[in-house]
Write a new protein. Structure first.
Length: 192
């Protein structure tokens, strides 16, 4: 009788191992072989669930998306209006060591949107599009006529902060990002 395999559990294990390899050795080190070694498995085992390096990255980002959705909902709680919009921006502009790795993965995916990375890119786009929509909804609470421009500015600020935190994390710390974000929120959101 065949052993029943929980594919979702295996994919979650592979996602965690992918992130661990990237944390320890950098995103360029993420390979089927490296993830297999991290799990103490063969490369063939990994390819039963994810057929390529691009799929490894997509899998890691898909698992992160579910976690981000839960974290964002918990962080925002019952906040409404301007306070919800400000907290969304603060949450988007905060970072952790795991977030740095995931951001590095999505930057790599964005930089190479070819056939193999299409699935990973679709994950990245769905996350960023959903984030923009949340900014747009919150900005409508601040100023209906300028909602799209407010959402654009906050969205671009947060995306830029994510890139700079990967590019030069020593200079672009959470404290620096949050301080400049508070100035932006004060002028763009709270003074209206």
């Amino acid at each position: 009788m065949p052993i029943e395999v929980d594919q979702g559990e295996r994919l979650a294990d592979i996602a965690r191992a992918t992130i661990e390899v990237a944390q320890q050795r950098g995103t360029q080190a993420v390979t089927l072989r490296a993830v297999a070694e991290r799990l103490g498995r063969s490369t063939a085992y990994i390819t039963n669930f994810v057929p390529s390096r691009a799929h490894l990255m997509a899998n890691a980002l898909e698992h992160a998306r579910a976690r981000w959705d839960d974290e964002r909902a918990a962080h925002l709680g019952d906040l409404v209006g301007v306070e919800r919009l400000a907290e969304l921006a603060r949450w988007m502009c905060s970072t952790s060591p795991e977030e740095q790795v995931l951001r590095s993965l999505w930057v790599e995916v964005i930089a190479d949107v070819h056939d193999a990375n299409r699935r990973a890119y679709a994950v990245v786009r769905s996350v960023t599009d959903a984030t923009y929509e949340k900014f747009l909804a919150g900005a409508g609470e601040v100023d209906r006529a300028e909602a799209a421009r407010i959402a654009d500015i906050l969205y671009l600020y947060c995306r830029g902060s994510e890139v700079k935190s990967i590019e030069d994390p020593a200079a672009w710390t959470d404290d620096r990002m949050q301080h400049s974000l508070e100035l932006l929120l004060e002028s763009l959101v709270f003074r209206r």
